[in-house]
Ligand binder design. Structure first.
Ligand SMILES: NC(=O)c1ccc[n+]([C@@H]2O[C@H](COP(=O)([O-])OP(=O)(O)OC[C@H]3O[C@@H](n4cnc5c(N)ncnc54)[C@H](OP(=O)(O)O)[C@@H]3O)[C@@H](O)[C@H]2O)c1
Length: 263
């Protein structure tokens, strides 16, 4: 069991590590020997995972709500104190709400934007300067295929993920060739607790049956650490949407609307 941090060991901060993609990815990252900082709200789940990861490398838990600005600022300041050096930042924490636009409250819109856009911005602001100084770092933002074309029921979710994608692209443009990689991931439908969220019981079986195994997504992100590339789509064939959009955005919109409709 490893119990001490050391300065030569690479350090990874993974948000949303208490379940799903982040949980499985954290295991793979720890197996690489990274010291991990695990962030989410459910402290008990994070602590159980951290105990498991400690077999490979030290692992630390930070519990906090990234859907609220105040707690985001608080937990990021806390991590800056304990872990000023982060080499790999994975902005993965997130949730959705499946409902038409007019059934979202103002708090829904703001919470979705906070967790998928402003929390990553706060984290990047905290840890990018150090990465640039050391000329070494990797920021992976877990977006969604919804960022490519707004589907039914995910208006602000898709907008927040599209903002996350554009942010990643601009960072890659602004800080090239400085040893820091900026990548985003667009998963399709992945079988996780995400679908326990508000409104997803209405999601039709035909949509859900396209769900892919969470391990496949975690493994693909893990590979991205060795071979960074701007965009990773899982499954890969979802990139076809770009081609359809290039031919006709209206056609692409109709396909997505038809296939995402939950009720
Ligand atoms: N599943 C899919 O089909 C799918 C598709 C495309 C993109 N994604 C994206 O992939 C990412 C991971 O989702 P997943 O599928 O792995 O779902 P998941 O199993 O529900 O995991 C979501 C993670 O985010 C954390 N989280 C949720 N709300 C939070 C909050 N307010 N503050 C801090 N942490 C919070 C959860 O932990 P706590 O509940 O403990 O806080 C959990 O660790 C999300 O950004 C999601 O939008 C998922």
């Amino acid at each position: 069991m490893h119990d001490a941090t050391n300065n030569t060991r690479k350090k990874a901060l993974i948000t949303g590590a208490s379940s799903g993609i982040g949980y499985e990815l954290a295991k793979l990252v720890a197996q690489r020997g990274y010291e991990t900082v695990l962030l989410a709200r459910r402290k008990d789940k994070l602590e159980t995972l951290a105990a498991e990861l400690s077999e490979h490398a030290p692992s630390f838990v930070v519990a906090g709500d990234l859907a609220a600005e105040a707690t985001t600022t608080e937990v990021v300041a806390q991590i800056e104190q304990t872990h000023p050096q982060i080499d790999l930042l994975v902005n993965n924490a997130g949730f959705g709400k499946l409902a038409p636009f007019l059934e979202h409250t103002d708090a829904d819109h703001r919470g979705l934007m906070q967790i998928h856009y402003f929390a990553p911005v706060t984290l990047i602001n905290a840890f990018l300067p150090g990465m640039l100084e050391r000329q070494r770092g990797h920021i992976i933002n877990v977006a969604s295929i919804a960022a490519k074309m707004g589907p039914w029921g995910h208006s602000t979710y898709a907008a927040a993920k599209a903002a996350m994608v554009s942010l990643t692209q601009s960072l890659a443009a602004e800080y090239p060739d400085q040893g820091v990689h900026f990548n985003y991931v667009n998963p399709g439908i992945v079988v996780t607790e995400f679908f326990d969220g508000e409104g997803y019981d209405a999601m039709s079986q035909s949509v859900r049956k396209h769900g892919i195994d969470v391990h496949k997504v975690a493994r693909a992100i893990n590979k991205l650490i060795d071979k960074p590339k701007l965009e990773l789509c899982v499954p890969r064939h979802y990139r076809m949407l770009d081609w359809i959009k290039a031919i006709s955005p209206s056609w692409a919109q109709r396909i997505v609307a038809k296939n995402s409709r939950a009720r």
